[in-house]
Design a protein around this ligand. Structure first.
Ligand code: ATP
Ligand code: MG
Length: 248
């Protein structure tokens, strides 16, 4: 058995008296696409925000390759190789692709930002992704799918090992979705762990190696690629009684 890249153990998160997460466990391996599913309000975003250091857990711990991660904020997540691509991209539209990729980690030479080298390095990452735009292009001229590629390029540049994608196909055409899936599969092959949050069952089937299910802030279980039937997944997400009613 290989060492898990990521373990979230007994994670809880309380808002006032309300538990958004209770005793949630999530184990993710390098080189897998791990879907995270659950109905609205199940706790997916809360769990991923904790993983990205957006806010702290009330209880539990995060381990990277079995070593505890002291998570005090987003910087700790980034230096542990974790990033989250939100639905609303976190890009500066009036800056170039290269500037966005390097934002906060600009290359300097003799006290000046070394633009040429940044563009060259950014272009190498874009080439690796098979992007059709240039590192010197401004982000505001790019399509949604291309902006998503800039986010992925930034993650690669930062040597991210755990990439969380939140409903990444919501604004993509069928063709763009296929391109994204091809890219995700390549990243998986390179050993990245991708946590994929989607309500779209067909996508989860097409892409994921395993599926973890949350319900009402609790971890229901994980299924491997071979296991899940649609009804089994629905049952896990909504609970047996409701599922039986739902399927009829
Ligand atoms: N800042 C907050 N204050 C109070 N309650 C919150 C807060 N954030 C989330 N919650 C509650 O925690 C629960 C889990 O929410 P969360 O957004 O994690 O669910 P989700 O699985 O991402 O849902 P969706 O599929 O709709 O995105 C919900 O009941 C939500 O109302
Ligand atoms: Mg959510």
């Amino acid at each position: 058995m290989t060492t898990p890249l990521l373990q979230m153990k007994a994670i809880s998160r309380r808002f006032g008296h309300f538990y958004a997460l209770q005793d949630v466990n999530l184990t993710v391996y390098a080189g897998e696409v791990h879907a995270l599913m659950g109905e609205n309000g199940a706790g997916k975003s809360t769990l991923m925000k904790i993983l990205a250091g957006a806010y702290p857990a009330t209880g539990g711990e995060i381990l990277i390759e079995c070593r505890p991660l002291l998570m005090k904020g987003p910087k700790d997540a980034l230096s542990a190789g974790i990033t989250l691509i939100y639905q609303e991209f976190n890009l500066a539209p009036n800056l170039t692709v290269a500037e966005n990729i390097f934002l906060g980690s600009e290359i300097h030479r003799a006290g000046m930002v070394h633009r040429r080298q940044m563009v060259q390095t950014a272009q190498q990452v874009l080439d690796r992704l098979g992007a059709r735009f240039r590192a010197s292009d401004r982000v505001m001229g790019l399509s949604i799918a291309e902006q998503q590629q800039v986010e992925i390029a930034r993650a690669l540049h930062r040597q991210i090992r755990i990439l969380v994608m939140y409903e990444p196909t919501a604004a993509l055409s069928t063709r763009e979705t296929e391109q994204l899936f091809a890219l995700i599969k390549r990243l998986r092959q390179e050993g990245m762990a991708i946590i994929y949050i989607s309500h779209r069952m067909a996508e989860v089937y097409a892409l994921s190696d395993r599926v973890s299910v949350l319900r009402d802030g609790r971890y229901v279980g994980a299924l491997t690629r071979e296991q899940p039937s649609a009804s089994e997944l629905v049952r896990m997400m909504v609970g047996r009684d409701t599922a039986e009613r739902f399927i009829q």
